[in-house]
Design a protein around this ligand. Structure first.
Ligand SMILES: NC(=O)C1=CN([C@@H]2O[C@H](COP(=O)(O)OP(=O)(O)OC[C@H]3O[C@@H](n4cnc5c(N)ncnc54)[C@H](O)[C@@H]3O)[C@@H](O)[C@H]2O)C=CC1
Length: 394
């Protein structure tokens, strides 16, 4: 979608901007709100969590520029996701104009007529994909769903499992995530993975951990109660099961990252085609393994499933699990000790498995490398965008 010359020019601008991204982004928003004050209402009152989103999206696009299929998929998701903010096609030129002004102001070494022309071409193409996908989506899906909380279960002082009933049918795939807005913080949206495969009663579940200074997560854990109504954006994400193969699934779920892994296990169970699924469920302490009973319940029902709890803040286990392979092992469900990716490497071989990674961004980053080292090709390792995970963890 972009030729090599434009790619090089775009990357040169972004390399120069990256160290001063905060200033460039502040300049961009200041200009946007001064020149186009009516757009201010599309953004949250407090901009602190919003600020780096646009730059993150640009970086993600730049990183994917060599992979047009994935880039179009990413931008289409972004376009659909922008409907819930009230974004309209006529807003894109205003954003583009301020974006280019900010880039020219802060990328003084690399900015010239050629790079400006490249940015105009690329931004026009990016916005067209987003506008088209939003228009297509509008034909068959609402911009957002209202969803009533029908269950709120506190699992630990900081973790709650929420069950919600959307006001209209909501279709998604196991392993995907959505964005959530609470009534208490208008226009502040946060991503949460679905913790179950689609259910016949149409209910959706989420595992939410209250993170320090996390407005949405604290509201959902501490304040939300049955009867409250939250808002959901469209489903997104490609960490879904490839049902066209019978390869095994190697799943790493760290902390609340176990939520989509549970959904994936349910998805495999519903397909009725048994294939080996090896789940490593990591937490800092025994106490943090808040969903272990559910996972062990699933393991008891399905012979093809193995669940291994791993605790990182514990002394190494005295039993010799190392190098045993992934077959049945004595003492299964006994706590393994260590960081999730390290423990997984004590098992295997994994080269014939597909990798599914979900959890803190640091874990996902390290685990992706470790699985590549274990012989799983990059295109068979699935996880959500690490930039998005890092933003969610703040
Ligand atoms: N789709 C996804 O990827 C999802 C991601 N999450 C994210 O998962 C995180 C959950 O947080 P917590 O429960 O506080 O998890 P946590 O920080 O307690 O860690 C959970 C596990 O990950 C391991 N881990 C953490 N950092 C690591 C690193 N740098 N290298 C290797 N292993 C590491 C720990 O040893 C532990 O086993 C949040 O950041 C949340 O946004 C949650 C749900 C879905």
């Amino acid at each position: 979608m972009v030729d090599d010359q434009d790619t090089a020019l775009i990357r040169a601008t972004l390399d120069e901007i990256e160290p001063v991204a905060d200033s460039a982004t502040a300049y961009f928003y200041a200009m946007l709100f001064v020149e186009h004050p009516h757009l201010r209402d599309l953004f949250p009152i407090s901009m602190d969590t919003q600020r780096d989103r646009i730059f993150r999206a640009l970086l993600t696009s730049a990183r994917l520029i060599d992979d047009p299929d994935v880039l179009v998929q990413y931008l289409s998701g972004l376009g659909r996701g922008h409907r819930k903010y009230g974004t309209l096609p006529e807003h894109y030129p205003a954003v583009g104009e301020c974006l280019l002004a900010a880039l020219s102001q802060y990328a003084t070494l690399t900015w010239n007529d050629a790079s400006e022309a490249a940015w105009v071409r690329v931004y026009t193409r990016i916005s067209q994909i987003m506008i088209d996908s939003a228009a297509e989506d509008e034909k068959h899906a609402p911009a957002w769903w209202d969803a009533e909380i029908v269950g709120h279960e506190t699992r630990t002082p900081g973790i709650a499992v929420l069950t919600v009933r959307p006001d209209r049918p909501y279709s998604f795939r196991a392993g995907q995530h959505t964005s959530v807005e609470t009534p208490w913080w208008p226009r502040v949206w946060r991503h949460y993975s679905f913790a179950s495969a689609p259910r016949s009663d149409g209910l959706l579940t989420f595992h939410v951990k209250a993170i320090p200074a996390g407005w949405v997560s604290n509201a959902l854990v501490q304040r939300a109660r049955p009867g409250d109504v939250i808002r959901l954006g469209p489903p997104n994400g490609s960490m879904t099961v490839d049902h066209s193969t019978d390869s095994g699934l190697l799943c790493l779920g760290g902390g609340t990252g176990i939520a989509p892994i549970k959904a994936l296990v349910e998805d495999v169970a519903e397909r009725g085609r048994p294939r080996p699924v090896e789940v490593f469920y990591g937490a800092r302490s025994e106490h943090d393994l808040y969903d272990l009973d559910t996972m062990l319940g699933l393991e008891a029902q399905h012979r093809w499933l193995s669940v291994r709890p791993v605790v990182s803040d514990a002394r190494p286990a005295s039993t010799g699990h190392q190098g045993l392979g992934v077959g049945p092992a004595a003492g299964r469900n006994e706590r393994l000790a260590g960081q999730l990716p390290d423990v997984v490497m004590q098992y295997g071989p994994w080269s014939r498995y597909d990798g599914y990674l979900s959890g803190p961004p640091g874990m996902v980053r390290v685990a992706a490398e470790v699985l590549r080292g274990a012989g799983i090709p990059t295109d068979r390792i699935r996880h959500d965008s690490i930039e998005e995970l890092a933003a969610a963890a703040r």
